[in-house]
Design a protein around this ligand. Structure first.
Ligand SMILES: [Zn+2]
Length: 437
């Protein structure tokens, strides 16, 4: 057999195998994303639409307005974000937020306030805060925080001066017995991301499913934080620790480009780091368009402000939309956490009623057991209610708009609402407890 012929045959066989392996490889990694695109995500949207069509405006029993917002978010002030008001504001509006409490990484041990984005813009309240040593601090006043101080001194001083101290990233160890901090994250998107195995499946799923199903590709990371919830329940055994949900948004898992003043182009990659500054070449001419409001002429983003803001929100019952009032409502535990990209939770309420049917308190309140005959939760949609007492599931009601429970004993009572999605029961909402003593 001529040598040339043998070589050609070997080469053809090699290419055939290579082609086959490539097909198998693609099929293996792309089967799930396409299954999601054609079957799972449309099913999820159908099921959610069906639920939202059953919306009923709940009777307003709690005599306070409620405000929904994001606690724990980053701006350009953080080393790992480039977020500016021009992109944060429209995202917050679209996600129907009333407030955003920022938690920018500190730049120095002496951390001055106010700074970064603040005030009310187009009806949305923005309050600066800092994230360091697994704490989020919103001093709510002009001050300089000194991070050289012992942590318990710092926490005490902030709280005594009317500020807010929250424990972040609660999968990590904290001084849980500190007597001053007011709240802890019971859900954080970043915390949830930690147990994912590899970024490739997530990335491919996002690419295949694009903008249309972005809420669901983003939510692929979701796992109920059972250890953190159990820890939260155990801490509440000793004193009130308020639970809240944190988007921890940085908008920094992206590839973006913008024109600099001198006409060069800055490419920005993961964690908001500059990849390179170049003279515009063929690549830039092909990819870059008109700069958006924030100046980006090209962007491909995974964790946008909008999708993170919509993912998890904290609703707070309080007198008015001011930083002081939001902080007070939160500190009192008059708050619940919702996965707002599933269903919008406005209208949900959880409260206690006296024997004569009058309101004796709402979530977060400490009330004498003698003053409460029953507790009630009202949802705008038919959901599955779970009643957790001192960390233990004690009662359920399925596919209901209301949940009632006759009170005979003291304890911490909180509600979890679940919905059924794609054959699974998933949490939609967590309230803070009503504390009956
Ligand atoms: Zn953060």
């Amino acid at each position: 057999m001529p040598r040339k012929y043998t070589l050609a045959r070997i080469l053809t066989t090699f290419l055939k195998w290579l082609f086959l392996i490539a097909i198998c490889f693609l099929a293996f990694f792309l089967a799930k994303p396409f299954w999601n695109k054609w079957i799972i995500y449309p099913r999820i949207e159908r099921e959610l639409k069906q639920l939202s069509e059953q919306y009923r405006t709940p009777e307003a029993i709690i005599p306070l307005p409620s405000f929904q917002g994001a606690l724990h978010a980053h701006t350009y002030w953080s080393h790992d974000s480039r977020g500016v008001l021009e992109e944060i504001l429209p995202a917050a509006k679209e996600a129907k937020l009333n407030f955003v409490f920022f938690s920018d990484h500190k730049r120095h041990a002496l951390d001055s306030f106010p700074r970064s984005i603040r005030g009310i813009h187009e009806g949305i309240l923005f309050e600066p805060g800092t994230e360091s040593n697994l704490l989020m601090i919103s001093p709510l006043r002009e001050t300089v925080l000194d991070w050289n101080k012992p942590q318990d001194t710092l926490i005490r001083e902030v709280v005594e001066n009317g500020g807010l101290v929250l424990y972040l990233h609660t999968e990590m160890d904290h001084d849980w017995s500190n007597p001053h901090y007011q709240g802890m994250e019971i859900y954080n998107i970043h915390t949830d991301l930690l147990d994912e195995k590899g970024i490739l499946p997530f990335l491919l799923n996002s690419i295949v499913n694009g903008k249309k199903f972005k809420h669901w590709t983003y939510r692929e990371i979701f796992d109920e934080q059972t250890d953190i919830l159990a820890l939260w329940d155990s801490l509440n055994h000793h004193r009130k620790i308020v639970g809240y949900g944190a988007p921890d948004v940085h908008n920094n898992q992206s590839i973006r480009a913008r024109y600099l003043e001198d006409g060069t182009v800055e490419w920005v990659g993961s964690n908001a780091k500059t990849i390179g500054i170049v003279e515009p070449g063929w690549k830039e001419k092909l990819l870059l368009g008109e700069p958006d409001m924030a100046g980006w002429a090209f962007k491909w983003e995974l964790d946008t402000y909008f999708h993170s803001f919509k993912y998890v929100q904290t609703h707070i019952f309080t007198d008015e939309l001011s930083s002081r009032s939001i902080k007070e409502g939160l500190e009192k535990g008059r708050a619940f956490v919702s996965f707002e990209n599933l269903l919008e939770a406005k209208g949900f309420q959880f409260f206690g009623l006296a024997k004569d049917g009058t309101l004796s308190g709402i979530m977060g309140d400490s009330i004498s057991v003698a003053d409460v005959a029953q507790i009630r939760a009202i949802s705008p949609y038919p959901v599955d209610f779970e009643l957790i007492k001192n960390g233990k599931l004690i009662d359920i009601a399925e596919k209901s708009y209301t949940f009632d429970y006759q009170i005979t004993e003291h304890g911490n009572y909180r509600i979890v609402c679940r919905i059924r999605l794609n054959g699974k029961s998933v949490p939609w909402l967590y309230t803070n407890p009503i504390y009956l003593y």
